[in-house]
Design a protein around this ligand. Structure first.
Ligand code: ATP
Length: 456
């Protein structure tokens, strides 16, 4: 089961502290969201899972964290200054602005009028003033993708690490796009995060690596709990390809508003490294690369077989963190009928993504022995390094279970009179499973091993 509509997710996200509208107390900033106490945990867990599988578990990958503020030349040579634009129209009646490819039947979505302006290109990059002088020409871009940081540091990375082809560089970070019509909650926003890989390969081997990455990335999203029935692969039609791409396969997820892009896996060829390279004539570059006079670098690598410097091709799996969070929330959202007119909302998140891993609940909050034991158990579990363990002291066990169902806590541990009673048959706690709601008793000394097992 998933959420019935986006509103259910938006309401839960606010009620429980996953995601808030940014600047809400001033009426909100359109297309910008803040992650609350639980949202930051979920988002960090998703990013950590990505880093684990794409960096730590592979010998052919390294990580990077480059700056958001970007030199203008980077986005001139990358082609973004000329081509990173959406075609947009204005409604002459109500003044709303729309992306041409988002219009239905050529009519304004706000007032229904077809009195629209001719389409115009609208560049989506944010500019910001840099330095003390108010000068039109002195500005930096807020990067619209994290990728360029990887390309422009290519030489430094190769020199510092001695990586050999094929190898990849991974980066997670913020990107900014002045979307004309931000919409669908955190799906299309103006400030978002990307998880990007630039995987460098020998020209000629790019098609095979592209296929491999599509498969790996698809499998990874399944491991995050997304069901195959709501995932789809779409090869982009040639006329829709980005200016740098030879081929792009998108992974689409069925959001409450329909199937839309969660991740794109592009074959960017030698376009970017070539475009940032001076002395391009030294290399046999593809036709899309433009002459460069500003760069001081040769972003090439020694090919050990031919003993010549080559500009590698690059395969780029680029995923949106926020779109991932929304997909995971949608997939996990479950409403269950319990009988006798009762129901519950439960977030069936994969345990590694759950914002709270375990809730420790003392059955009686004014019994010092129970409270002390519960706090001790909480401390021991917290030290296992699995993530957040929460101490749930509301005094109302039913309410605690409901809250933890709604935020997706996989396990509640209740400390009661039997836990603190001396005797061989005691010293046990009650474990309550989020999904089955089944309760079992377990001796305290087995608790750490059990928690480790179920949370991994
Ligand atoms: P779209 O066609 O939906 O505008 P795109 O094809 O422009 O997306 P890419 O340039 O391929 O997107 O960016 C890579 C990833 O970054 C996307 O798959 C998406 O997950 C994420 N992303 C891009 N734009 C946004 C945005 N405005 N808000 C949230 N995530 C975004």
């Amino acid at each position: 089961m998933t959420a019935k509509n986006l509103d259910e997710i938006v309401a839960l996200a606010k009620r429980r502290g996953f995601i808030f509208q940014s600047g809400e107390i001033y009426g909100g900033l359109q297309g910008v969201y803040d992650y609350g106490p639980l949202g930051v945990e979920l988002k960090n867990n998703l990013k950590a899972a990505w880093w684990q599988s794409n960096v730590y578990e592979r010998d052919d990958m390294v990580g990077l964290d480059t700056a958001i503020l970007s030199h203008r030349a980077v986005f001139q040579y990358s082609g973004h200054e000329d081509t990173f634009a959406d075609m947009m129209v204005d409604c002459r009646e109500c003044k709303h602005r729309w992306r041409v490819d988002h219009l239905k039947n050529g009519k304004c979505e706000h007032c229904g009028s077809d009195n629209l302006t001719e389409p115009r290109a609208f560049n989506m990059m944010f500019k910001t003033r840099m330095g003390p002088v108010e000068d039109q020409d002195v500005f930096a871009y807020l990067r619209p993708e994290t990728a360029q940081g990887i390309f422009t540091q290519f030489k430094n990375i190769v020199d510092a690490t001695s990586m050999k082809l094929p190898f990849g560089v991974a980066q997670i970070g913020k990107a900014f796009r002045n979307e004309i019509t931000p919409r669908n909650f955190i799906f299309r926003v103006r400030e978002f995060e990307q998880m990007e890989i630039e995987f460098f390969v020998k020209p000629g081997e790019d098609d095979t690596w592209h296929e491999k990455w599509v498969e790996w990335r698809y499998e990874w999203w399944k491991q995050q709990g997304l069901s195959e029935t709501r995932l789809k692969l779409l090869t982009q039609p040639t006329e829709e390809l980005a200016h740098y791409a030879k081929k792009t396969v998108d992974i689409l997820y069925e959001y409450p508003h329909g199937f839309e892009e969660l991740e794109g896996i592009a074959n960017r060829t030698d376009y970017d490294l070539g475009s940032h390279t001076r002395s391009q004539s030294d290399f046999n570059l593809s036709a899309k690369v433009k002459p460069n006079t500003d760069s001081t670098a040769k972003l090439a690598i020694l090919d050990l077989q031919s003993n010549k410097f080559i500009v590698p091709y690059v395969i780029e799996p680029s995923a949106g963190v926020d779109r991932g969070v929304l997909a995971v929330l949608n997939e996990a959202y479950t409403e269950e009928v319990l009988g006798e007119g009762k129901s519950r909302v439960v977030l069936k998140l994969k345990p590694h993504l759950a914002p709270v891993k375990v809730a420790v609940v003392p059955l009686a909050r004014n019994n010092p022995a129970i409270v002390e034991k519960a706090q001790e158990i909480r401390k021991i579990l917290q030290r296992l390094g699995l993530g957040r363990i929460s101490y749930e002291d509301t005094g109302n066990i039913g309410k605690s279970y409901r809250r933890h169902d709604e935020i997706g806590t996989p396990l509640c541990i209740t400390v009661d009179f039997d836990t603190v009673t001396e005797g061989p048959q005691y010293h046990t706690v009650t474990l309550r499973d989020r999904d089955t709601m089944q309760q079992t008793r377990l001796p305290i000394e087995q608790l750490s091993a059990y928690v480790r097992e179920v949370l991994f």
